[in-house]
Design a protein. Structure first.
Length: 123
């Protein structure tokens, strides 16, 4: 019985310690919850910002006169795509509007939207 009594005593001590630990965690939970209610967290969302506000001094690049090197500096236009633009311009003549750039293989609506305000046809 002595062994059995010690085992029961150890179990009671462990249950007591577990109860204290859980009470401590519960107290932390309610403290943090009260702190969140007292000071709400501000979450900043994405805002639409005009290009002029962060690139005020950038003048649009004329796609009818720009070299392949200059075109490659545009966002989303690499060396290969810049060469395609120059080749298309040499074969079909100058672009009449920025939207005509979509006739070049590899340029779609999304890429054209990225170039908005950064290109011009010089007209």
């Amino acid at each position: 019985m002595d062994e059995r009594g010690n085992a029961v005593k150890c179990e009671k001590i462990l249950l007591g310690l577990t109860a204290l630990f859980l009470a401590f965690l519960l107290a932390l939970f309610f403290r943090d919850r009260a702190a969140l209610k007292a000071a709400p967290v501000a979450v900043e969302t994405e805002r639409a910002v005009s290009q002029e506000s962060f690139l005020p001094d950038v003048s649009p690049l004329d796609i009818n006169t720009a070299s392949a090197e200059e075109l490659a500096g545009l966002p989303g236009i690499g060396r290969v795509l810049a060469e395609r633009i120059v080749d298309y311009r040499a074969e079909h003549g100058p672009f009449g509007a920025e939207e005509d750039l979509m006739e070049v293989s590899g340029i779609g609506e999304k890429k054209l939207a990225e170039l908005e305000g950064r290109i011009t046809t010089g007209h």
